[in-house]
Design a protein around this ligand. Sequence first.
Ligand SMILES: NC(=O)N[C@@H](CC(=O)O)C(=O)O
Length: 421
Amino acid sequence: MTGFLIQGVSVLGAAPSDLVLRDGFVVSAPDGTEDVVDGSGLVALPGLVDLHTHLREPGREDAETVETGSRAAALGGYTAVFAMANTSPVADTAGVVEQVWRLGREAGLVDVQPIGAVTVGLAGKQLAELGAMATSAAGVRIFSDDGFCVADPRLMRRALEYVKAFDGIIAQHAEEPRLTEGAQMHEGEVSTRLGLTGWPAVAEEAIIARDVLLAEHVGSRLHVCHVSTAGSVEVLRQAKARGVRVTAEVTPHHLLLTDELAASYDPVFKVNPPLRTAADVAALRQALVDGVIDVVATDHAPHAVEDKECEWAYARPGMLGLETALSIVLSVLGERWDLIADRMSRTPARIAGLDGHGTDLAVGSPANLTLVDPSARRVVDPAELASRSRNTPYTGTTLPGRIVATFLRGEPTVLDGKAVK
Ligand SMILES: NC(=O)N[C@@H](CC(=O)O)C(=O)O
């Protein structure tokens, strides 16, 4: 194992100092054997943790694999990602979650933690083998049917009750399916103008309201995926004030982009939940700052060209996120490093119970970290992304900040802005 001496780096925005990594940990002093990294002008953050990533393997390796998604994550400053269960086959058994977990270990670029499906085949009819996934080598603690809502309230209640035994979490994709049949975009003034079927805010808010009541009733833990509306924020604010065990995430794209972009009819802007209004964006930003929304999660959703470069109605929803997330958050929050570290590393690691991630980078901490150059600007070119897919909504956009290096347990996964393997 090599050591690294990162000279003159600002740890979480503090005055520049040296940061020494050896044998997988932050240590107090160099011993002269370390490789030297010039940290001047750079900010060190604990490695980012993404609670919501689609890695597509098994089943859609043409869109992403555990390895390509892991590389995209490392290049985005991540050291751990949670892989969603909507693969093919669905990650609803110990066998599939162990496969994803093992592929992640083999790639060795980030810690890949599989999320298990709540229901068999994501079909919403019958609980999956939650216990078997929890006790598997993958040690699953978060379960989600993401892509689909666990719409049946009795099934949702039973899932919440079941995972309580091992302090697990149900991560809900909040979408009342009867209110979004045929939906193509946010229901509002723009959908009316474009003549596209709308996905009303209330379809999300009604499920969140129901689920916080269920979580409160059974005393279990609920996590709300990709919150997208101002009304959802209000439901969450009230639930948290009452002490309900609920946490919530927002995506970078919902913090920045609005439904006006659908007027281009470019399916790169089609995503689920849909892009909302400027008022929703403002409420989500405020909620993230207030802590009503706990974390930023990417909902990195790679799709093959034929699934995105087609007519809007036929395009799959979803956009890439891992390689641009920090830049988007930086442009939204500014250089509030402690807040960024909290919402993108510390709190997601705490929610997931993920040891060794989201630390303060003090002496003795596991060396999971990323180095950011906040003064760099880059123009997003999809051809340069490590993801196997190209569906970024930021093509040609100039974004602030660049990930210079990422370390996983003291070993670089990214150096000089390039993946090391
Ligand atoms: N977020 C998305 O727009 N897409 C997700 C699933 C989903 O939530 O629809 C995907 O897996 O592609």
